[in-house]
Write a protein that binds this ligand. Structure first.
Ligand SMILES: [Zn+2]
Length: 327
């Protein structure tokens, strides 16, 4: 049961299932992001090194809303060539916070995600038991969570003894700056490092805030994922400045090792990638003849095999990572 963990299916699936209201909220968010990008983005920052592995072999990959996305030829991670201060401004954009904090958005989001959040909790209990020998009463530091419903569910669960939110729209900035976390047993960063232009610095912060042998649980859009690489700038689920970093599987591993973690698990549980690409097949590159051929001719059985392969081999676009603090 728990191996079929399905928490972070691409948001797209949730929107299709829950209908128009969530779609319209998502479109509002996307419009805010696009407006912000078109005003702020003047020119590439001129990045010459991969923010994940440090390699200078970074090549332009695609452009979205005028923003250039680069791809590292050594570690396969994808990053936007943007200025750090613009990212900072985007993450505190009032207009976006107002939409996301609205009662309507929190309510609809909670309703559509309730089942997945419960599955997330089951998965965390199962995994913590496996790696820590217990699954109750952990101190949890939760980075960037923007859902009241999820925060509440975590706090009320047996998994949690102590809970602290960090860098979240659910708490105000001053409260955040005053925070002095005790080292935690578990650190969650779900959909968080997508906005980090200095991910290694964040991994170091996590290391410092985690007890020895504590677990770092990461949920991230992976730049090695099928729909990211196939749809590139035409992927509606990834856009500036919401997603400026999509590290690959290899990139995540490099950063973890460099900052004192042991990678315990990397899985991509997605079941929807192929359907998503199929629904957006006009976005597949003109010269991607294999994909165009496959999408036009594959039988339902072949499609199911393809999706299973992607999921099983860690090639789906949403990655869940568990790492342990060493030393
Ligand atoms: Zn790299």
């Amino acid at each position: 049961m728990l191996t079929a963990f399905n928490y972070y299916e691409p948001e797209e699936e949730s929107r299709i299932q829950t209908g128009m209201k969530e779609t319209s909220l998502f479109e509002q968010e996307m419009n805010v992001a696009e407006r912000f990008t078109r005003i702020h983005y003047k020119a590439p920052a001129g990045r010459t090194k991969c923010v994940v592995c440090g390699s200078n072999k970074i090549l332009e990959f695609y452009e979205k809303w005028g923003v250039k996305y680069l791809r590292c030829s050594d570690c396969y991670s994808i990053m936007a060539d943007v200025q750090e201060e613009d990212v900072e401004e985007y993450t505190h954009l009032k207009e976006m916070r107002d939409i996301r904090l609205s009662d309507e958005s929190q309510r609809i989001g909670s309703e559509s995600r309730q089942q997945r959040w419960k599955e997330l909790l089951d998965w965390l209990q199962y995994r913590t038991f496996r790696y820590c020998g217990r699954n109750t009463n952990f101190s949890i530091l939760d980075y960037g969570n923007r859902w009241k419903g999820l925060s509440q569910l975590l706090q009320e669960s047996a998994l949690c003894g102590k809970y602290e939110l960090r860098d979240s729209i659910l708490i105000d900035r001053e409260q955040d700056e005053d925070a002095k976390a005790e080292p935690a047993d578990l650190i969650l960063a779900l959909d968080y490092i997508q906005q980090k232009i200095k991910p290694i610095q964040f991994f170091r912060e996590v290391h410092n805030n985690l007890k020895k042998d504590g677990l770092f649980i990461l949920g991230v859009k992976a730049g090695s994922g099928f729909d990211i690489l196939t749809l590139r700038g035409n992927n509606k689920n990834t856009f500036p400045y919401e997603h400026i970093l999509m590290p690959s599987k290899e990139g995540i591993s490099v950063m973890l090792v460099q900052t004192g973690f042991e990678l315990l698990e990397f899985t991509t549980p997605g079941t929807f990638d192929l359907n998503y690409v199929k629904a957006n097949k006009d976005g597949v590159a003109e010269d991607d003849y294999f994909m165009r051929y496959f999408l036009e001719t594959a039988t339902p059985g072949a499609e199911a095999d393809f999706q299973r392969f992607i999921q099983k081999r860690g090639l789906s676009s949403y990655a869940q990572v568990i790492a342990r603090r060493m030393d």
